[in-house]
Design a protein around this ligand. Structure first.
Ligand code: FAD
Length: 465
């Protein structure tokens, strides 16, 4: 049989694309080399990391916070096996959920590595070496990404780990050294810090979370330092050596200078992710690539007719919801509709405590573009619900266009920021103004009132400040 669509990879890009295409009446097959569906995100990314971030936050709460509410549980004890079981059960429920959705939508599944022979033919190699050929009218490449390696450093996922190993350590390390102060390093560092590890983060740049609004990342760095993180910013790792008891890491100032050596029980390499296209046969087909990424046009088409690509393997933020939205858009395009992704309204969240969430432009972006803007800021210390929860760290910051009042960016540092950002995304999707937000009734007492107050603050009229 000939499928209308074959999707290679079942991460959030691929599985969502397959489901949407099937909803629209296309006959769809997916190919996945992993034993379970859901890709990086569900198996070794978003979902397991959030499971242990949540669980470790409970531990930290019990250790440091509950007493202030009159709830005495000190000292909490960690059962790491149960902690990891929670993670594994969460992953299993999610990946099985995808398998169920494939069945429900009558999507055929092939387990094995897909290689594109022509724009109409994909070869699937199963683990036992057997081949199956799948014919199709269109192909979507959704093969995602894997951890970027640190040249000269061999990852064994035991002593020197990527995020995958850091999600499954069998004991709390005494000293955890993290290379890279991006989202993944800070999230996983938070998990093990809360459970008792001494955490040091080495970062080449002179700031954490590059790309985030600088004021937010500076405030957040101070909060993490208060939590016990040590940062070695503007330093590069020049050597990682295995020792009898762990690893020895040589660092040097990025601008040149004297080297220093740090000892660690576990080294987490978290210097970013790179698109994964190995074995797909793209070179032979002449599919255009740029810095490892598959090049597509605004309709996710590659330069080879009939072959499309979405998610981490193409340009743009390496985020699950970006991949999902692209999956929906390309499925709709293939079904003759007008799928579209608004890249100006893609939120991004760091699931630490407090959380960071942002959407749209940062102050640095607006300055670089010469756009005149007004800033409205509101701290959680002035929010009643935040006080009741003892979660007063952080603030909401809204950037509105001076001339039109349109909201151009929203940045939130605070508890549940990842949930609070949703209303800002909706507002920006509809081209809303700060005044629109300021005039929208928000339930009292909620943390979301701080978002409204920040909108009022863009016009210098916050009520509670
Ligand atoms: C630790 C960690 C935490 C993260 N947390 C978040 C988060 O909280 N929020 C967020 O938005 N993003 C998060 N991400 C990023 C997110 O996981 C990715 O952006 C997302 O998974 C990309 O989706 P995708 O569909 O493009 O690819 P992937 O999820 O990488 O899926 C690609 C799939 O393709 C399969 N595949 C590859 N090649 C072939 C082949 N030739 N044949 C068959 N199958 C193949 C792979 O096995 C894989 O299952 C996190 C990532 C990590 C590592």
């Amino acid at each position: 049989m000939t499928y209308d669509l074959v999707v290679i990879g079942t991460g959030p890009g691929g599985y969502v694309c397959a489901i949407r295409a099937a909803q629209l009446g296309l006959k769809v097959a997916v190919i996945e080399k992993r034993k379970t569906f859901g890709g990086t995100c569900l198996n070794i990314g978003c979902i397991p990391s959030k499971a242990i971030l949540y669980a470790s936050d409970k531990f930290a709460e019990a250790e440091h916070e509950l007493a202030a509410f009159g709830v005495l549980v000190n000292p909490p004890k960690l059962d790491l096996a149960a902690f990891m079981k929670h993670k594994d059960e969460t992953v299993a429920a999610n990946v099985n959920g995808v398998a169920f959705l494939f069945k429900k939508n009558k999507i055929d599944t092939f387990t094995g590595t897909g290689a594109i022979k022509t724009a109409q033919l994909v070869d699937v190699t199963a683990e036992d070496g057997t081949h199956t050929e799948v014919e199709t009218k269109a192909i979507v490449i959704a093969t995602g990404s894997d951890a970027a390696p640190l040249p000269g450093t061999e990852i064994d996922e035991k002593l020197i780990v990527t995020s995958t190993g850091a999600l499954a350590l069998d004991k709390v390390p005494g000293k955890l050294l993290i290379i890279g102060a991006g989202v993944i390093g800070l999230e996983l560092g938070s998990v093990w810090k809360r459970l008792g590890a001494e955490v040091t983060v080495v970062e080449y740049l002179d700031r954490i979370l590059p790309g985030m609004d600088a004021e937010v990342s500076k405030s957040f760095q101070r909060i993490l330092e208060k939590q016990g993180f040590t940062f070695k910013l503007a330093h590069k790792v020049s050597k990682v050596t295995r020792t009898k008891s762990g690893a020895s890491v040589t660092i040097e100032p990025a601008a040149g200078g004297e080297a220093a050596t740090l000892e660690a029980d576990i080294v987490l390499v978290a210097i970013g992710r790179r698109p994964f296209t190995q074995g797909l046969g793209l070179e032979a087909l002449g599919v255009a690539m740029e810095r490892g990424r598959v090049v597509t046009d605004a309709h996710f088409k590659t330069n080879v007719p009939g072959i499309y690509a979405i998610g981490d393997v193409i340009a743009g933020p390496m985020l699950a919801h970006k991949a999902e939205d692209e999956g929906i858009a390309v499925a709709e395009i293939l079904a003759g509709q007008h799928g579209h992704v608004n890249y100006g309204a893609i939120p991004s969240v760091v699931y630490t405590m407090p959380e960071i969430a942002s959407v749209g432009a940062t102050e640095e972006d607006l300055k670089a573009q010469g756009i005149a803007y007004r800033v409205g800021k509101f701290p959680f210390t002035a929010n009643g619900r935040a006080r009741a929860m003892r979660q007063t760290e952080g603030f909401v910051k809204i950037l509105a266009d001076t001339a039109s009042d349109r909201v151009l960016g929203v940045h939130i540092l605070g508890a549940t920021a990842g949930e609070l950002i949703a209303e800002a995304v909706v507002l920006m999707e509809f081209g809303g103004s700060a005044e629109d937000l300021a005039r929208t009734c928000h339930a009292h007492p909620t943390l979301s009132e701080a978002v409204r107050e920040a909108a009022l603050a863009t016009d210098k009229r916050p009520i509670h400040m």
